[in-house]
Ligand binder design. Structure first.
Ligand code: SAM
Length: 268
C-alpha cells in the first residue's frame, strides 16, 4: 500500500483492489510501508531538556531528551508492554519506560553506564552489559517496542562508533554495522513491533553528513520504514553544542519502522 494512501475506506472495492495492486507494484522498493496506519503527526516541537543531571565526568554526553522518549513510548506502547533499548546509554528510554508502567530491557557497551542505569531502575537486572553487534537475543524476552539512539558519526570520521570511537572504521562500515545491529534488534522484537531511531543529520565544518537519511536507507533493508517525525528543538541544546540541538542543527528525526508481521510485509 502506498505510504500516506489508505484504501480501507474505499467504497469501490474492485477499483480499489486494482489501485492497491498498482500501488504495490510501483512501491516494491525499500521504503514501502507494509501496513496501513492511522495518520501520525510528523513534526513536533519540544524543549531540549533532561530531568536528571548526568553523572560527574560525563557532562558532554548526548542523551535522548525525556519528553521525546515519553511521546514515542506513549504513542507506540501500552502499560505492561516491554520496551527495548540496545544502546541504553544513561538510561533515558529505560527509566522513562518504567515510569510509564512499561517493562524496560536494555543493553549497553560501557560497564560504568550499565551500573549507573541499574541504580536508576527497579528492574535493574533487565539492563545487560554487552555489544549490540554481537549479543544473544535469547537473553531478552520478546519486546513490543524498541526506542533507541545509536552512536553518531560524520563521514569524515575514521574511528569505530560501535566500539565507542576506539579502533578504525569508515562511514560505509558504520552503516553496514548499523544494519547488523538492527538484525539483532529484530530478533528481540515481536512481529508487528515498532522500532524508533532517534537520529540527526550532522553539519560539521561546512559539511553535512546525511546520517539520518543514510540510516533510514540502511535499516530499511531489515525493517519496513513507516516514516520520519521531524523534531524541532527549543532551548540551548547540550552544553558546548553547535546549535540548539547540537550537530549544527536545531532539529532531529525519529525514524519509525515496523517489524514485518509476515513474509508479504518483508522489505524488498
Ligand atoms: C547516543 S548514546 C545513547 C544515549 C541514550 N539514548 C540516553 O539517553 O542516555 C549511544 C550509546 O550506545 C553505546 N554503545 C556504543 N556502541 C555500542 C555497542 N556496540 N553495543 C552497545 N552499546 C553501544 C554508547 O556507550 C552510548 O552509551
Amino acid at each position: 500500500m502506498t505510504a500516506g494512501v489508505d484504501h480501507r475506506d474505499c467504497h469501490d472495492h474492485h477499483a480499489c483492489a486494482q489501485q492497491v495492486s498498482h500501488d504495490h507494484a510501483r512501491d516494491h522498493h525499500r521504503y514501502s510501508s507494509s501496513r496501513s496506519r492511522s495518520p501520525v503527526k510528523t513534526h513536533l516541537s519540544l524543549q531540549y531538556a533532561h530531568d536528571e543531571k548526568l553523572p560527574a565526568g560525563y557532562s558532554n554526553e548526548v542523551r535522548s531528551p525525556d519528553a521525546l522518549v515519553e511521546r514515542f513510548l506513549v504513542a507506540h506502547s501500552e502499560p505492561g508492554d516491554r520496551v527495548f533499548d540496545p544502546f541504553a546509554g544513561f538510561g533515558t528510554t529505560l527509566v522513562t519506560a518504567e515510569r510509564l508502567g512499561r517493562v524496560p530491557y536494555g543493553l549497553e557497551y560501557e560497564p560504568d553506564r550499565v551500573a549507573y542505569v541499574r541504580e536508576r531502575l527497579d528492574a535493574a537486572g533487565n539492563v545487560r552489559a554487552g555489544d549490540a553487534l554481537a549479543f544473544d537475543s535469547d537473553q531478552f524476552p520478546a519486546c513490543d517496542l524498541c526506542f533507541t539512539s545509536p552512536p553518531f558519526v560524520t563521514e569524515a570520521m575514521s574511528t569505530d562508533a560501535f566500539r565507542n570511537y576506539a579502533g578504525e572504521s569508515s562511514y560505509g562500515s558504520y552503516l553496514d554495522d548499523a544494519t547488523r545491529v538492527v538484525r539483532g534488534i529484530r530478533r528481540v522484537l515481536k512481529p508487528g513491533a515498532t522500532v524508533v531511531l532517534d537520529v540527526a543529520n550532522l553539519k560539521h565544518e561546512g559539511h553535512v553528513t546525511t546520517l539520518a537519511w543514510d540510516l533510514a536507507d540502511a535499516v530499511s533493508e531489515v525493517l519496513s520504514f513507516r516514516g520520519e517525525v521531524v523534531v524541532t528543538w527549543e532551548g540551548d541544546g547540550p552544553p558546548g553544542s553547535d546549535g540548539a540541538y547540537g550537530y549544527g542543527y536545531d532539529h532531529s528525526y525519529c525514524l519509525v519502522f515496523d517489524v514485518p508481521e509476515s513474509e508479504a510485509d518483508e522489505p524488498r
